[in-house]
Design a protein around this ligand. Structure first.
Ligand code: GAZ
Length: 264
């Protein structure tokens, strides 16, 4: 234990870093990595920009050998660095099945975020259909691989660590877009999603925090950018989110800083 701990630079509430927090929680190794918080609403520290060679997307992991980027890359690195207990599948075929499911995460994430960011009411149906098609794809995949189960395999594993942070974020679709899974035709993916959301290793961020912090995404502004007429980002650390009121569900209502409990 002489080598320094790897350092993860991350944005609190970022789904990509929650993947890594979940993995470490499953291994009982929350302290094996040092987490350093970056405030996305402030100019980036030049030292951190040098470390990332100019890119701003987080998380990045600073290891004794060098810097790693991309949450899925870091996830698999940590799985191999700390192999016990295993979270990924060990058998090559099962690992390939797991990776087929993980390969869907990019489109799934993109549909949900593009929908909440969308400001054109005429395109609402297009995003709803696109999101439903994503869930239908997951329904089909899980029914194919493990029709009677809850998770993809026996337990919450690597695919669950990848998708669960998005299930938590997509509370913003329920709140701001009125979206939920239809009562029929989505039983298998609903069982998966609900078990993922309830898992003890995945409680780093809750629905209330997502709904309050992602208000600016519903205004069409991501990554700490400020909507017009506002002084304080909904992602700001102060005032702390638990004391803020719930934002208006109507994302076209354009709440002020004061409405959002952000001062002013
Ligand atoms: N592929 C990378 C990974 O690690 O998996 C993605 C990392 C990333 O996008 N990080 C964001 C970041 O650091 C925060 S989380 N941004 C600050 C910066 O300066 O770049 C946003 C989207 C979106 C999907 C997800 C997110 C998100 O659109 O949650 O649009 C704005 C960002 C599809």
């Amino acid at each position: 234990m002489t080598s320094p701990r790897p350092t993860l630079y991350h944005i609190p509430v970022c789904p990509f870093s929650q993947r890594l927090e979940i993995l470490l929680a499953l291994k009982g190794l929350a302290d094996a990595v040092e987490f350093r918080v970056v405030d996305v609403t402030r100019p980036r520290d030049p030292a951190l920009l040098r470390l990332s060679r100019g890119t701003t997307a987080l998380p990045i992991l600073d290891t004794p050998q060098g810097v790693l980027k991309e949450s899925l890359v870091i996830l698999r690195y940590l799985e191999e660095l700390f192999p016990e207990p295993p979270v990924a599948q060990a058998d090559p075929y099962r690992r390939a099945v797991e990776n087929m499911l993980i390969a869907r995460e990019g489109d799934f994430t993109s549909w949900g975020y593009r929908w909440v960011l969308n400001r054109d009411r005429a395109r609402d149906g297009e995003f709803r259909d696109g999101m439903l098609a994503q869930y239908r794809g997951l329904e089909d995949f899980l029914t194919w691989q493990n029709p009677g189960g809850v998770f993809l395999f026996e337990d919450f594993g690597l695919a669950e660590a990848v998708f669960t942070p998005m299930f938590v974020r997509f509370h913003f679709l329920e709140y701001y877009e009125g979206f939920d899974l239809p009562a029929q035709g989505f039983d298998r993916v609903r069982r998966w999603r609900d078990a993922c959301l309830a898992h003890p290793a995945a409680q780093q961020v809750n629905r209330e925090r997502v709904v309050k912090l992602y208000y600016d995404y519903a205004q069409g502004y991501g990554n700490g950018a400020l909507p017009p007429g506002r002084q304080v980002s909904s992602f700001a650390f102060e005032p702390p989110w638990p004391g803020r009121p719930w934002p208006p569900r109507d994302k076209y209502a354009a709440a002020t800083d004061a409405d959002l409990g952000l001062g002013g």
